[in-house]
Design a protein around this ligand. Structure first.
Ligand SMILES: *Cc1c(COP(=O)(O)O)cnc(C)c1O
Length: 342
């Protein structure tokens, strides 16, 4: 599949590592009855310290530049990785950047917060509009764009998580990168496990696997929605990406699976299984997960293993989508020094 007709900026020098996790695998299944766990290090993408939004922004920012925009406008939660990476891309390209921040958990926005919020300030976000949960975010971003237009500037609106058809191409490119790595490293992966949020990562990879005839099942772990709602969102995204690619195919509904039960009590709120997962990977492999996304997604992989979902010895690839700055917002929780939900 030829992606070269889509303008793209490059923010990462080469492929991110694909690695086996021997100690984590052993800790997860001391009797060898579980899967061999591999990791794709998309936490090491460019726009430091990386994360899945970097891949989407390669295509989105190229489009913004082609349209002559001088400002990127996007939205997210108070600790949004997506906002932070969008701002880093803007700085790198000599653009300005404005956010609409949705306070999804009431009272969660703090002017002096650390983590991603600290990085918003350090990298110089131009403006930040905080709105309550349930606000029409598309409209709020359009208002920011209209205000800019009145001063003769040009904003480019990037939807939440960078998840539209164009952003999803980032994970089509990842599918191609993985295909080459499987071949080069002689690895046969039986299943991919990844986080499923605003849908661009999951939907893009589903479309990329279909388009490249990669027949590896993908299991999403929901980070904010129940299965039915999440699967329909991802299916729509996968179809939009397939259409943009001109694949002339209907994405099979059963190609999209999202497991529920690991994100509760609420999006971004810590729980005990997340703490276990973050500690286990840190202490067996020295690889850090984040509390909002990848910690809960790895908790899902561990939970599925305990339910007997994987065959003994099968190769399962965990996609590490980044999110590290949020770790510093929940240091006490992940160390087990503060109470979290069960
Ligand atoms: C945004 C994000 C996700 C979810 O990816 P989507 O494309 O929004 O579904 C997963 N992990 C991290 C660290 C993220 O920042």
């Amino acid at each position: 599949m030829d992606l070269s007709r889509f303008p793209r900026r490059r923010y990462t020098a080469g492929p991110t590592p694909l690695e086996f996790l021997p100690h984590f695998t052993k800790a997860l299944s001391p009797h060898g009855d579980g899967p061999k766990v591999w990791i794709k290090r998309d936490d090491m993408l460019g726009l430091f310290p990386g994360g899945n939004k970097t891949r989407k922004l390669e295509f989105l920012v190229a489009d913004a530049l082609a349209q002559g925009a001088d400002t990127l406008i996007t939205c997210g939660a108070p600790q949004s990785n997506h906002c932070r990476i969008t701002l880093a891309a803007a700085v790198k390209e000599g653009l300005k950047c404005r956010f609409v921040i949705e306070e999804r958990v009431p009272g969660s926005f703090h002017e002096d917060a650390s983590g991603n919020h600290f990085l918003f300030r350090l990298m110089g976000v131009e403006s930040l509009t905080v709105v309550p949960a349930g606000t029409n975010i598309a409209q709020a971003m359009q208002q920011v764009a209209d205000a800019l237009a009145q001063t003769g500037r040009k904003g480019y609106i990037i939807p939440g998580g960078g998840s539209n058809a164009l952003g999803g191409l980032g994970y089509v490119a990842c599918a191609q990168e993985l295909q080459q790595q499987f071949f080069d490293q002689g690895v046969q992966i039986d299943r991919v496990v990844l986080g499923s949020g605003s849908s661009g990562t999951h939907g893009g990879l589903v479309a990329g696997f279909l388009g490249n005839h990669i027949q590896i099942p993908i299991t999403g772990i929901g980070v904010s929605r129940g299965s039915a709602e999440q699967e329909s969102l991802v299916h729509k995204e996968a179809q939009a990406v397939a259409d943009l690619l001109g694949l002339c195919m209907t994405v099979p509904r059963e190609a999209v699976v999202s497991v529920d039960g690991y994100w509760q009590p609420k999006y971004s709120v810590p729980n005990a299984r997340m703490v276990e997962a973050v500690q286990l990977l840190a202490r067996t492999e020295g690889i850090l997960l984040d509390p909002v996304y990848t910690g809960k997604v790895m908790a899902g992989l561990i939970g599925l293993k305990r339910q007997g979902f994987f065959k003994a010895g099968e190769n399962v690839l965990f996609l590490h989508t980044g999110g590290l700055p949020a770790l510093h917002v929940f240091e006490r929780e992940v160390l087990g020094q503060a109470k979290v939900a069960p």
